[in-house]
Design a protein around this ligand. Structure first.
Ligand code: FE2
Ligand code: FE2
Length: 170
């Protein structure tokens, strides 16, 4: 059992897309660290790790169905966003782009009548709803806090991370 050539290409592309998110969030984490927002920096480094995990899920799936893995070159991430709000908005944009990519994959799997890949992708469809929601929450939090209260807002981010860690334990 294996996937179509078009699906192989698109799944390999998605490995690079997820690693692109990894790289972008890592750059965001470094920029926030340099700005002195250590909690937000940690939030983005954790987010980066999640993206690496997503890439590995795609990679393992290709191996599972006996379809070749081809790793592409990664573009350098944007070096500077300029502010925590611009970073959060950039991350929300990124999650919306990835959501469209996942939906394209689902559409192809449907066209191919590739039921195993459709089933595999279900987790990502649900995950993207959560990722977009959490980045939307972050944009809103940073907007509400404004520059003067951003360091206090970091307490809320720390709380969000603790809650997310608890959910993962369930
Ligand atoms: Fe992802
Ligand atoms: Fe994501």
């Amino acid at each position: 059992m294996t996937v179509s050539d078009a699906m192989n290409r698109q799944l390999n592309e998605q490995i690079a897309n997820e690693l692109g998110s990894y790289y972008t969030y890592l750059a965001m984490s470094c920029e926030l660290f340099d700005m002195g927002y250590k909690v937000l920096s940690k939030f983005f480094s954790r987010q980066a790790e999640e993206e690496r995990g997503h890439a590995m899920k795609f990679l393992h799936y290709l191996q599972e169905v006996g379809s070749p893995v081809r790793l592409a070159a990664l573009p350098a991430p944007k070096a500077s966003f300029g502010s925590p709000l611009a970073i959060a908005q950039g991350a929300l944009d990124q999650e919306q782009i990835v959501t469209r990519q996942i939906h394209e994959l689902v559409a192809l799997a449907e066209k191919d009548r590739d039921y195993p890949t459709q089933s595999f992708l279900t987790w990502f469809v649900d995950e993207q709803v959560e990722e977009v929601r959490s980045m939307r929450d972050l944009v809103q939090l940073i907007q509400r806090a404004g520059d003067q209260h951003l360091l206090f807002a970091e307490h809320r981010v720390a709380q969000m991370m603790a809650e997310a860690a608890e959910e993962d334990d369930d």
